[in-house]
Design a protein around this ligand. Structure first.
Ligand code: NAD
Length: 333
């Protein structure tokens, strides 16, 4: 049995967590959940969005499946997601977007993996007022070390998974130091991997290329903010945010979560698509080397997608979070 910290999270988090844990149980996945809290719910109940018990558990077990956490917009506490990624140096945020069977979307041949730098860029939270309400400033940090470790992780992933090409995305024409450094490190690391095709593109061009020719791209590596935006875009290419899982990986800790957020507009309505969180949990199983269980659940998801009566409305279904989870459990056998 593997001990894994489980944070259900806010909004739709508890609903999709229930779906995943019931499917894991039915599939006999050898995982022992250590339930913890974080996010807006924890803040409202305990006055702390990242309680000490949660931190202690993550410190001890070094692996977590985390539901989405609400971060107040404009004011209030800072993002717990960003804090966890930084504190445990989960420097690679890996976000695959692959066309799924029986899902209507604009393309039928997307197979992208986004590597988003997860610990610096504009997400370090160094903002200040020069004059309150009139003039604000934000600092972006890019370091050689943090750039190199995520870019190298993308190349290693490419080799390990038989991928052919890496596209580094930047804005070095304008951000000559920060984006310029990331691009420079990319070119240096690429020299160590002559077997992988390497190119770099400016982010605005990349956004256009991705919506016109997604099939031209394979692995994309980029800085924190660009990766955040482009991975939602990639989710849109394959049918929406309900379909893309993610892994935050460091050298000695890992946290798995969906790309999407807490979706307050549909929370508590049994409408949330659990597939994204399920795919994140399959990434967790592969990380634990439980490949057979992961493959069994993936196969059951694919079978279930053929029956639109049980799928959630975001992918054209007439079902609910629970009907989908129940059908995946049934199709496991
Ligand atoms: P969101 O991803 O929560 O929702 C965007 C849209 O996608 C909404 O219309 C929502 O209904 C839909 N959607 C998202 N997940 C879905 C699912 N599983 N099934 C069906 N539809 C789904 O983004 P938002 O509304 O901008 O953010 C809401 C909150 O989530 C914010 O507080 C934000 O900070 C937080 N957030 C957290 C994470 C995280 O925990 N990793 C990531 C992104 C946003």
């Amino acid at each position: 049995m593997h001990d894994v910290v489980l944070i259900p999270g806010d909004g739709i988090g508890p609903e999709i967590t229930q779906a995943v844990t019931s499917i894991f149980q039915e599939a006999g996945a050898p995982v022992n959940w250590i339930r913890c809290s974080a996010g807006l719910g924890a803040f409202e109940e305990q006055g702390n969005p990242l309680p000490d018990e949660t931190l202690d558990a993550f410190e001890r077990y070094r692996i977590a499946l985390k539901g989405p956490l609400t971060t107040p917009v404009g004011a209030g506490f800072r993002s717990v997601n960003v804090e966890l990624r930084k504190r445990f140096q989960l420097y690679s945020n890996i976000r695959p977007a692959k066309t799924l069977p029986n899902i209507q979307s604009r393309f039928d041949n997307v197979d992208l993996v986004m590597f988003r730098e997860n610990t610096e860029g504009l997400y370090i939270g160094k903002e200040r007022w020069i004059e309150e309400g009139r003039h604000a400033e934000s600092i972006a940090v890019v370091t050689r070390d943090a750039s190199e470790r995520v870019i190298r992780a993308a190349f290693e992933y490419a080799r390990a998974n038989g991928r052919r090409k890496i596209t580094l995305v930047h804005k070095a024409n304008i951000l000559k130091y920060t984006s310029g450094l990331f691009r420079e490190v990319g070119a240096e690391v690429a020299d160590d991997y002559p077997d992988i095709t390497y190119e770099d593109l400016i982010v605005d061009n990349m956004a256009m290329q991705m919506v016109m020719y997604p099939e031209r791209y394979d692995i994309i590596v980029t800085t924190n903010l660009f990766g955040d935006i482009l991975s939602d875009l990639a989710s849109g290419l394959i049918g929406g945010l309900g379909l893309t899982g993610a892994a935050n990986i460091g050298d000695d800790a890992a946290m798995f979560e969906a790309v999407h957020g807490s979706a307050p507009d549909i929370a508590g309505q049994n409408k949330a698509n659990p597939i994204a969180f399920l795919l994140s949990s399959l990434m967790l199983l592969h990380h634990l080397k439980e490949d057979d269980t992961a493959d069994k659940i993936r196969q059951s998801i694919y079978t279930t997608l053929a029956d639109k009566t049980v799928c959630t409305p975001d992918i054209g279904g007439a079902g609910t979070t629970s009907t989908f989870a129940e059908a995946v459990c049934k199709n496991l056998s």
